[in-house]
Structures are given as structure tokens and as C-alpha cells.
Design a protein. Structure first.
Length: 319
């Protein structure tokens, strides 16, 4: 699944301020390696390359780029966004729940290679989807009323891999944050080459294709590494054969929150309505002790009859 949220500004569809990611993730790198928090973010995209931004995102750098200021030189690249302006886009890619469940229990059951394979496959799939969007949806506009449609020269992206949901359940997903700016224009385009805001219409136009690509890449990579089997593909996604559905649902408190909100409001289950329910039930993300969380996950797994023998003897175990 791939969802799109706006960073900064106000109104429906706006997810978080840039400081959320730096405060919760970038500055928590030491806690992450101790088993708490999440992984540090890293720069990605051709736009980042044009600014010579690479490697781990440093303190304050993410906030600077979302104010359209070069993080290291201090140069103002274009006019800063207004008080309610959109500073960036959050492209969130989440694996199916059975895959997160597989990651959560594999190390507990003596299969650390499986956890590593899930992590690597998720990163690879997210990279493929990001590259697809950068090739096909990095666009801008110029001229009166934006009548000149321009190809962008790449995204300024920041990748943040996460392992937990907001309720502490295993939920392997990746945030690809994209600054609302790209180099565009130049000879033959009818507009000078400079930094401009993105035309986000193209991102939404390619959202479904990029989400399907993410899921397909994930399945291919995990099948290649682990030899897993998959259920029938439904709306682009499939579940790992051998992981009990009841266990995966038990480890989905965040999904239950959204379902309960949809029921309270009398809304249906469309992607847009689910997104609005997610926004309305959104809470600050806490840091988690991974060792403690895994003990809870293991207890729940054993309650559902999915212990080491079931993992080792099923199609999800590494051969």
C-alpha cells in the first residue's frame, strides 16, 4: 500500500510537520541502535544529488530543506513556503500485515536471516517505487496560471524506515519524504531553469501504479530470498502463506482503531475514507523497547498456536 500525505499546511490530508520526523527519528539514532526508536533518515533522489546531499540526515537539515533552504550552505533556493503552505509530501509504503508479523517473530524463533530479508526487501521495494515516481511524476509548472507543464529534474527525498505502528505493533513501512520543490525549465521549455514547487497532481495520478509496484517488488524479493508462497493478489497486495490471519489481525491494533472510527462515523471502507479515519485517530508516536515488544509478540503468537515449530515447518521458514 502507498499513501500520500502533505507535510505542513492545514486541512484534510496534512500529516505532520518536518520536525516530527527529525525529533522522533533523526535525533533518536542512538536509541534506535539500542533497540528503541527508529532508524535515522537518509537523503535520496536526483534533486538531493544536485545539492550534494547524501548519507544520513543531520540535525536540523530536514527542517531547512522544507523551508527551501540549503541545509549546509544556508542558501535560500526559492521563496520559503507560507504559514499554511505545503512543505513536502509523505509517500508512505507499508508491507502486508503477514510480512510484518513474519519480521516480528523470526528472530525470536531463531531465524534472524528472515528478519533481515524482510527489512532488505522492504527497502528495495520502496526504492523501486520511489524511482518510478521520480521518473514519471516529478513535474512542475510555470507561466501565467501554470500553463507551461515542465519536467522536474528529480526529487529531494528523505527516507525514514519504520518498524512500529503508533500503538507499538509490528508494522514495517517506509516514509519517503519529498520536498515540495524541483529544478525545472531551461532551454526549449519556455521557462528559465530554477527551483519550482511540484505539481502534485502527477503524484496522485501515479499513486496506484507505484503502490502496486512496491507490493510486486516486495513479493519478488521475498520469494527469491526465502521461497515464500503468497495468497491470491487482491488490489495489488497478497499475504504470506503460513502466517495465521488471526494472529496478524491481533497484531493490528492501529488497523482496529481506524476500523472503529469508520464504524463510529458511518463511513464506508474506501481508501480515502480510511485515510481520513487514520488522520482523525492519529496520535504521537512513542519510542518502544524492541526486546519488550518482542516478548509480547511471542506470547500472542503462542496463544494463536504459532510457535517455533510452526514457523520452522511452514512455507515461511528459510530453506
Amino acid at each position: 500500500m502507498l499513501t500520500i500525505g502533505k507535510i505542513g499546511g492545514q486541512g484534510k490530508g496534512h500529516w505532520a510537520s518536518p520536525s516530527y520526523y527529525s525529533q522522533q527519528v533523526v535525533r533518536g539514532a542512538e536509541d534506535y541502535y539500542a533497540g528503541k526508536g527508529e532508524a535515522p533518515g537518509s537523503w535520496t533522489g536526483c534533486g538531493a544529488g544536485a545539492l550534494e546531499l547524501e548519507g544520513v540526515i543531520g540535525d536540523g537539515e530536514l527542517e531547512a530543506i522544507f523551508e527551501r533552504c540549503h541545509p549546509t550552505t544556508g542558501e535560500q533556493l526559492m521563496r520559503a513556503p507560507g504559514e499554511h503552505g505545503v512543505k513536502g509530501i509523505d509517500l508512505q509504503m507499508a508491507v502486508p500485515k503477514s510480512v510484518s508479523t513474519l519480521w516480528a517473530l523470526s528472530e525470536q524463533y531463531g531465524e534472524p536471516e528472515v528478519a533481515a530479508a524482510v527489512w532488505e526487501a522492504t527497502h528495495g521495494a520502496a526504492r523501486a517505487a520511489f524511482d518510478y515516481l521520480e521518473r514519471n511524476a516529478c513535474r512542475s509548472r510555470a507561466g501565467a496560471g501554470g500553463h507551461i507543464d515542465l519536467d522536474g529534474e528529480g526529487f529531494i527525498g528523505a527516507v525514514f524506515p519504520h518498524r512500529f505502528s503508533r500503538t507499538g505493533d509490528p508494522q514495517v513501512h517506509v516514509h519517503c519524504l519529498v520536498a515540495n520543490m524541483t529544478l525545472s525549465g531551461g532551454e526549449g521549455t519556455g521557462a528559465p531553469r530554477r527551483w519550482r514547487t511540484l505539481n502534485a497532481h502527477h503524484l496522485y495520478q501515479h499513486q496506484k501504479a507505484a503502490g502496486y509496484l512496491f507490493q510486486a517488488e516486495l513479493r519478488e524479493r521475498l520469494t527469491d530470498r526465502l521461497g515464500v508462497a503468497w495468497s491470491e493478489v487482491n488490489k495489488g497486495a497478497a499475504e504470506v502463506v503460513g502466517v495465521p490471519r488471526e494472529l496478524a489481525l491481533t497484531l493490528s491494533k492501529r488497523r482496529q482503531q481506524i476500523a472503529e472510527q469508520l464504524e463510529r462515523t458511518g463511513r464506508g471502507g474506501s481508501a480515502r475514507e480510511a485515510e481520513l479515519a487514520a488522520l482523525s485517530t492519529r496520535r504521537a508516536k512513542r519510542e518502544f523497547d524492541l526486546a519488550e515488544q518482542r516478548l509480547e509478540w511471542r506470547a500472542l503468537a503462542q496463544e494463536h498456536g504459532f510457535g517455533p515449530n510452526e514457523l520452522a515447518g511452514s512455507e515461511v521458514a528459510m530453506r
